[in-house]
Design a protein around this ligand. Structure first.
Ligand SMILES: NC(=O)c1ccc[n+]([C@@H]2O[C@H](COP(=O)([O-])OP(=O)(O)OC[C@H]3O[C@@H](n4cnc5c(N)ncnc54)[C@H](O)[C@@H]3O)[C@@H](O)[C@H]2O)c1
Length: 277
């Protein structure tokens, strides 16, 4: 369990912050009294526009989180310009590949959903450990706890993000560094704007707003919680999956058959709550 993280007066960085969950998170951190928030994303115009919209304590930074040299340079530059980074929200993400995906989908998903966090940790954790304080928030997904049927690259790399977050939380707590892992189900953002009746995520339950996710993050940071579940039902699904994996897979097969408009072959077991995730 990470130490509670107090937001007022801190310097935070949010990646993937030109829209969606990242922008809502940046906005909320500023409202909670962060001294400054570096708003970071790929496109310079989008980050400039977002920072301008969020006001004087928001600072734009164009950064590709999958470029390790760029991440290292960004950390150095932010700390020179603004002082120590207290909170890094490693939030950038992409939806690449339907079904099994091709090599390019796997490559970009691995780089953005897993290696990007590793790059941030390599650049940041030695600095945070020296100061004996700091916090990393990794935006994974409920896809990383359960199964996201639409995209294998997305689901598998988000599982990687959760595993990495756990590893870091265990290994670095004694350095004074807290780690939290954010695992929402569906959220109304640009990433999900195209979800329709063929989307398993869309059929998996109600979508919430990015501001609701930011609310959950602030509460979890305050309480010092590792796992952040803006959709509380995800905890039940995870428990069901752990209790009986075969039953879980059976339920998911039924859900998938419904999406395809087909009946599963017999012997799939009971669906249970698995069907809704
Ligand atoms: N929307 C959902 O339903 C949902 C559910 C669970 C988890 N998530 C995760 O939440 C995070 C935010 O996604 P969102 O829903 O706000 O979508 P979004 O598309 O609005 O935001 C993602 C942002 O990440 C940026 N990005 C992508 N690759 C990048 C890179 N290499 N370097 C820097 N920035 C990059 C994009 O430009 C984009 O602005 C992602 O990690 C996503 O996987 C989203």
């Amino acid at each position: 369990m990470p130490e509670p993280f107090s937001i007022p007066g801190t310097t935070a960085v949010v990646t993937g912050a030109a829209g969606g969950i990242g922008r809502a998170l940046a906005e909320r951190l500023l409202r909670e009294g962060a001294a400054r928030v570096v708003v970071s994303d790929l496109d310079p115009d989008r980050v400039a526009e977002t920072a301008a919209r969020l006001g004087g304590r928001a600072h734009p930074l164009a950064l590709d989180v999958s470029d390790e040299a760029a991440v290292r340079a960004a950390v150095e530059r932010i700390e020179v310009e603004h002082g120590p980074i207290d909170l890094w929200c490693s939030n950038a993400g992409i939806a690449a590949g339907r079904g099994l995906g091709d090599d390019a989908d796997w490559d970009v998903s691995w780089r953005v959903h897993v290696l990007a966090h590793v790059y941030a940790v390599r650049a940041l954790f030695p600095r945070m450990a020296e100061r004996g304080r700091g916090h990393l928030l990794i935006t994974a997904s409920a896809a990383g706890l359960l199964t996201q049927l639409d995209s294998a690259p997305y689901s598998a790399t988000k599982h990687g993000a959760v595993a990495l977050a756990e590893w870091l939380a265990i290994r670095h707590a004694d350095d004074g560094i807290g780690v939290s892992c954010l695992c929402p189900q569906g959220v109304n953002t640009a990433m999900t704007a195209g979800d329709d009746g063929t989307s398993a995520t869309r059929l998996g339950g109600d979508y919430i707003e990015p501001e609701d996710v930011a609310e959950s993050v602030v509460a979890a940071l305050h309480d010092g919680r590792f796992l952040i579940l803006p959709h509380p039902e995800a905890a039940d699904y995870e428990r069901n999956r752990a209790n009986d994996r075969d039953r879980w897979i059976g339920g998911m097969r039924k859900a998938w058959a419904r999406i395809r408009g087909a009946a599963p072959r017999s012997g799939t077991g009971a669906a249970g709550a698995a069907e809704r995730s």
